[in-house]
Design a protein around this ligand. Sequence first.
Ligand code: CA
Length: 238
Amino acid sequence: MSDASTSLAKPLVLVVEDEAALATMLRYNLEKQGFRVDEAGDGQEALTRIAEQQPDLVLLDWMLPVMSGIEVCRQIRRRPNTRDLPVIMVTARTEDQDAVRGLNTGADDYITKPFNMDALLARMRALLRRTNTVPTKGRLAFHDIAMDLAAHRVQRNSRAVHLGPTEFRLLEFLMQHPRRVFSREELLDAVWGPDIHVEPRTVDVHIRRLRKSINGDGELDVVRTVRAAGYALDTEPV
Ligand code: CA
């Protein structure tokens, strides 16, 4: 827990909530689930904390002193460096109509009070996955394949490989988890996003394209098809 690299890898959530008891409950549960938590008790403080701490996600209460949640959300969207910051609006049941307006002014999702902690966590995780704009700008390597994420380049055996955007993300994901078998559904969630509804066989189409591009003449097929299970990046045959 005290390991700096571990704590840096945990997403930081800013809880903007003026009800101290609710803020404390949220902090307790979120920390237990592996998040780091920062708090702000009003809208103005929220903007200050966001600028200072650069959270990965904001849980934003609608009814706040000083500046309403909706105004905080507007300001977040107006500032270039926080434009893509994931925001979940927290509203009271009676403010349902307002919540819809909240989404219109830029919140990514909303949840009504009183909420179930598991439901909130599921939404937070889904949102973090889908808006993961944290630049993982580095290099990935597997066998004789190298990916330069910043330059968006792929090489195999020092030969340039040209991939479409979906094949690129597919390969990036597989290279992040080499040898692990993923089902079509898992790949859809990870590469297309959990809210995109496409047929699982779409994955097969893109896997085929990826294979065609990445496997040159006489080169080993690095994509393993696991019957009834899915796909893995692997150099070992089944
Ligand atoms: Ca409130």
